[in-house]
Design a binder for this molecule. Structure first.
Ligand SMILES: [Zn+2]
Length: 279
């Protein structure tokens, strides 16, 4: 049984800033398949990976029609955040600065209550669509409504260009601003948690090394070993839905940010773990 209090680092005093990197493994409990795991879509059907390649998408209208049908049927539209998403959302209430850096496109961290401006979506979001020609970004729900109404490959309303989900496909670079903010968070944190990521996709995985280089404690929670386990202060193989709430509880149980650093006269003190919400 894991001693979570030791995992979060009793020897290093209060944790002031936490960066969490999440991958597909955190969303499988919410019914969203892990694309690279043993039961993953790509593992079972390599042709599915072709659907996620940018060059194929923009050059092949038939592939786009299939993509829109796949989007209509995606489990994320009805998925609910699970215990791990909810625990991470609760961490912000403990007074520590927290950044959630995610490789997921499902929006479940925000749905769980993590502040949207604290969630860095490295691979974009499936809740928006973007035009590949003019960059116009609109709601996915509106595009899906057009597909349901009979348009099998809806075009950009502004310029007639090809619409795609606002996600980073194979063959597309990451958003430099989002990646830059993720690197800043990795450099500034005391504790870097990698959760449910195989840590095989760069540059996301290298954020672990960046955090360690800048003095952070690295804790990896993943079912299988990762290439970064050698750098980790702790590796946890227990189910994510159990490990993350326990880790967060251990973090909230210790004294949060020293009052002189973040709180001023007249401000409320940071909420403790046992403070009730509402009246
Ligand atoms: Zn356009």
């Amino acid at each position: 049984m894991t001693n979570y209090d030791a995992v979060v680092g009793t020897d290093r005093g209060a944790v002031r800033a936490v960066a969490v990197l999440t991958g597909a493994g955190i969303s499988t409990d919410s019914g969203i398949p892990d694309f690279r795991g043993p039961q993953g879509i790509w593992t079972r059907n390599p042709a599915a990976e072709k659907l996620s390649t940018y060059q194929n998408y923009v050059s092949d209208p038939e592939l786009r029609r299939r993509s829109w049908q796949n989007r209509l049927a995606h489990p994320a539209w009805t998925a609910r955040p699970n215990a791990a998403h909810l625990a991470l959302a609760g961490l912000a209430a403990g007074g520590a600065e927290i950044w959630v850096i995610t490789q997921n496109i499902d929006g479940l961290h925000q749905k769980a209550g993590s502040p949207p401006d604290r969630v860095l979506e490295l691979h974009g979001t499936m809740h928006r669509v973007v035009c590949v020609s003019c960059g116009d970004a609109t709601a996915m729900a509106d595009a899906l409504a057009r597909v349901r109404a009979g348009e099998d490959d809806p075009a950009c309303a502004a310029c007639g260009g090809i619409l795609k989900s606002a996600t980073v496909m194979f063959g597309q670079p990451l958003d430099r601003d989002v990646l830059g903010r993720a690197m800043d968070a990795a450099e500034a944190c005391d504790l870097f948690l990698a959760v449910g990521s195989t840590l095989t996709v760069e540059p996301a995985a290298s954020l672990c090394g960046l955090a360690v280089d800048h003095g952070a404690r690295l804790v990896i929670v993943n079912r299988d070993p990762t290439p970064y386990d050698v750098l980790a202060d702790a590796t946890i193989r227990e189910p994510i839905g159990e490990a993350i709430p326990a880790l967060v509880a251990a973090l909230l149980a210790r004294s949060p940010v020293p009052a002189s650093q973040s709180w001023h006269d007249g401000d409320r003190p940071p909420a403790g773990p046992h403070q009730s919400h509402g009246q």
